[in-house]
Design a protein around this ligand. Structure first.
Ligand SMILES: CC(C)(COP(=O)(O)OP(=O)(O)OC[C@H]1O[C@@H](n2cnc3c(N)ncnc32)[C@H](O)[C@@H]1OP(=O)(O)O)[C@@H](O)C(=O)NCCC(=O)NCCS
Length: 183
C-alpha cells in the first residue's frame, strides 16, 4: 500500500520565539555570573550600601538563591538574607538584578515573587522585607512600613522600606532593629 501523504504542512517555526523567563535554584557554578551581574547592575557603590552591611553580618541563605533564565541562558539573580525584626523571623530580599540585555521580560518580578513564595512556604519566617522602589514592588504585594519603625545599621530612605507578609498588619507593626534570625 502506498503511504498516504501528510494531510497538513508542518507548523511553521517562529523566527523569534517568545523570550519567557523561568527560574531555578542557583548553584556554585552561577557564582561568577552573579558577581558580574551585580557589578553591572549596582556598580562599585554596592559595597557601601546599608543592605550590604546586613548581608555581611547575617549571611545570605544560599539555599534560597534563585537564577532567572531565558532560553537556557542565565539572566537574573536574587538573594535572601535571614533576619529578625522585633522577635519575628523573616528575610531581607536583595540584591535583585536582571542583566541589561534581558530587561522588561518579566524576569525581575518573577524572581521577586518566586523567592518570596518559596521562602514563606518553609513556614518558619513571616515576612520578606526589602529596600526598593514602591512603584516596582507594591503591585507585587509589598507594602510600605511605618516610617522609622525598622532600624537599619546605616542610612536608608525609610519610604523605600517595604514588607510582604501574609499577615497584612505586619507591614505597619513590624518594629525594631534588624537582628539575627532566631533559632
Ligand atoms: C529593577 C530590575 C531588577 C528590573 O528587572 P526586569 O527583569 O527588567 O523587571 P521586569 O521585566 O519584571 O519588570 C519590568 C517593568 O518594571 C519597570 N521597572 C523597572 N525598574 C523599575 C523601578 N525601579 N521602578 C518602577 N518600575 C520599574 C520597567 O519599566 C518595566 O515596566 P513595563 O513592564 O511597564 O515595561 C532591573 O532593571 C535591574 O537589575 N536594575 C538594576 C538593579 C536594581 O535597581 N535592582 C532593584 C533593587 S531594589
Amino acid at each position: 500500500m502506498t503511504p498516504s501523504a501528510p494531510s497538513a504542512a508542518p507548523a511553521a517555526v517562529s523566527a523569534s520565539p517568545a523570550r519567557i523567563p523561568t527560574v531555578r535554584y542557583a548553584t556554585e557554578a552561577d557564582d561568577a555570573f552573579v558577581d558580574e551581574l551585580q557589578a553591572i547592575a549596582f556598580g562599585p557603590g554596592r559595597f557601601a550600601k546599608t543592605a550590604y552591611r546586613i548581608r555581611e553580618r547575617f549571611k545570605i541563605d544560599t539555599s534560597l538563591s534563585l537564577i532567572a533564565e531565558v532560553e537556557g541562558e542565565a539572566c537574573g539573580s536574587v538573594w535572601m538574607t535571614p533576619i529578625s525584626i522585633g522577635g519575628l523571623n523573616g528575610w531581607m530580599l536583595g540584591p535583585l538584578a536582571t542583566h541589561p540585555n534581558f530587561r522588561k521580560l518579566g524576569a525581575g518580578k518573577l524572581l521577586a515573587r518566586e523567592v518570596t513564595k518559596r521562602a514563606l512556604a518553609r513556614g518558619d519566617g513571616q515576612f520578606v522585607m526589602l529596600v526598593g522602589d514602591r512603584d516596582y514592588y507594591c503591585p507585587l504585594g509589598w507594602e510600605p512600613t511605618t516610617l522609622g519603625n525598622i532600624a537599619f545599621p546605616g542610612p536608608v530612605d525609610p519610604s523605600r522600606v517595604l514588607v510582604y507578609a501574609e499577615d497584612k498588619s505586619l507591614a505597619t507593626t513590624l518594629s525594631g532593629p534588624i537582628a539575627a534570625w532566631q533559632e
